[in-house]
Design a protein around this ligand. Structure first.
Ligand SMILES: [Zn+2]
Length: 60
């Protein structure tokens, strides 16, 4: 198995990672209660529902 000749510096590793994160889109799912897009595994910020029940009251 080939082995790298020169070790990459932490700066180069992190720069590369930052460049790829720049184009990564955040994961979004649709809320099962109101249908608005939301982050997975979080309480919906539009209706306050999580896993089919209300866990948070949203001020209107
Ligand atoms: Zn919702």
């Amino acid at each position: 198995m080939p082995v790298p000749k020169v070790r990459k510096s932490r700066q180069r590793t992190r720069q590369k990672k930052a460049a790829s994160l720049k184009f990564a889109k955040p994961a979004l799912t649709l809320c099962s209660h109101c249908g608005q897009p939301k982050k997975p595994h979080t309480v919906c910020s539009n209706c306050g529902y999580y896993r089919g029940r209300q866990v948070k009251t949203i001020k209107k």
